[in-house]
Design a protein around this ligand. Structure first.
Ligand SMILES: [Zn+2]
Length: 405
């Protein structure tokens, strides 16, 4: 009897040892990239939230309370200041390239492989999404290869062969090439390649059971999604893009990988548009909240990683003295008419006077070269703590998923 008990005890210990040694893998992975979203832009959005409830402080966004935080250097192979295609390449392939190039090494010939392909080959469903167009730099760096990021037609032509289950964004740039004469048309080619194209969220709801989906804002749209500030009622939002993505991708019992870019933070910051940048960042936070709600339902199987590809605008909170003040944003945000918002967003002088009134400064209309923040929650999130390079992030995602890099 004692011998039997000993055998049972040893067996139990072995089981415990084996299960302790086995790392849990992430089955569902969300990779959020706030284009141009510097730490200071995030801080401005947090200060705005606190000011909205009448206090001085910084109210956290959906992702800034994630338990793991780190920082990533963002330089490209050609400059300390990266552009979106070189940064997207680093964040998708784990390799650096020159500014302007997309998933092709600086030698101009060697192709680099996005983790989206590796993860897809391993049996997971894959989605690539953004508020910009689907063939714009950041989303394109997850599926495309080109010596020039601006060759939108050639980049878009790579979509059908990916076999990825979900693409979403405002639309597609240059569906018939730069000179509008090239055939086949990208929308036709993608539809012929087995994708069901959904024109807006309502249309998506009626077609959501299709095997492969491309969700865009309206029929054959060649535009980015509307800015969150002054967005017309019923327009496609990033939160809807994430919702739709989850419903398409979670059908695969193996799991999924969804990359989502908050692309217009960069566009508003390029214009040094403070109100637009803050509202766009809050909108990005709302989209991440959709993923967080999914995480709350599957906490032991989900990983969410949030970062930026670079800083845009070189925003500084403070211009003269201790007089930083975001109440002025309400003059735009709470405006009764969309025309007022449009007027503000199209007028350099209004944006500059808002910057002066809020006492903020921007150093550039381009990007700046500082490191970017990284936040993570869920299975494997501890890997993203501390200092890292942007090329480390895709490697760590594969590691967390148990996919060979
Ligand atoms: Zn960018």
């Amino acid at each position: 009897m004692k011998k039997i008990l000993n055998i049972i005890a040893v067996a139990v210990l072995l089981c415990v040892a084996v299960s302790c040694g086995r790392q849990e893998k992430a089955k569902y992975v969300f990779y959020f990239i706030g284009d141009g979203m510097s730490s200071t832009i995030v801080a401005a959005a947090e200060a705005y939230l606190a000011q909205e409830r009448g206090v001085i402080g910084m109210d956290p966004l959906s992702f800034t309370v994630f338990p793991v935080m780190g920082e990533a250097t963002s330089f490209s192979a050609s400059n300390i200041i990266t552009d979106s295609s070189a940064a997207g390449t680093a964040l998708s392939t784990g390799e650096k390239t020159n500014n302007g190039m997309l998933c092709i090494a600086p030698d101009s010939t060697t192709l680099q492989t996005s983790i989206a392909y590796k993860i897809h080959d391993a049996g997971f469903s894959v989605g690539v999404s953004s508020t910009t167009t689907i063939n714009h730099a950041t989303p394109a760096s997850f599926f495309g290869h080109n010596i020039k990021r601006g060759n939108y037609y050639e980049i878009g032509k790579e979509i059908p062969a990916t076999g990825f289950e979900y693409f979403a964004g405002g639309g597609l740039y240059h569906p018939n090439g730069k000179d509008s004469t090239q055939t086949p048309n990208l929308f036709d080619m993608i539809a012929d390649g087995g994708y069901t194209i959904c024109n807006g969220y309502e249309d998506f709801k009626t077609k959501k059971d299709a095997e492969r989906i491309m969700l865009i804002q309206s029929e054959r749209s060649e535009e980015i999604c509307p800015y969150a500030l002054g967005r017309p009622e019923g327009a496609l939002t990033l939160s809807q893009i994430v919702e739709a993505g989850i419903s398409v991708l979670e059908r695969n019992r193996k799991g999924f990988f969804l990359m989502t870019e908050g692309g217009l933070i960069d566009w508003t910051a390029h214009s040094n548009d403070l109100a637009g940048t803050i509202i766009e960042t809050l909108d990005f936070s709302d989209a991440i909240a959709v993923a967080k709600a999914f995480y709350d339902r599957h906490p032991k199987e989900t990983l969410i990683v949030v970062t930026a590809d670079h800083e845009t605008g070189g925003l500084g909170l403070g211009r003269r003295g201790y007089t930083f003040d975001l109440t002025v944003i309400d003059s735009v945000k709470k405006s009764d008419t969309t025309t007022d918002v449009e007027e503000y967003m199209n007028d350099r002088k209004s944006m500059d006077s808002l910057n002066r009134a809020a006492r903020v400064g921007w150093t550039t209309g381009s990007h700046s070269g500082g490191p970017v923040p990284v936040w993570a929650i869920g299975v494997g999130s501890e890997k993203f703590a501390g200092r890292q390079d942007n090329t480390d992030i895709p490697k760590k995602i594969c590691e967390a998923m148990g996919v060979a890099f």
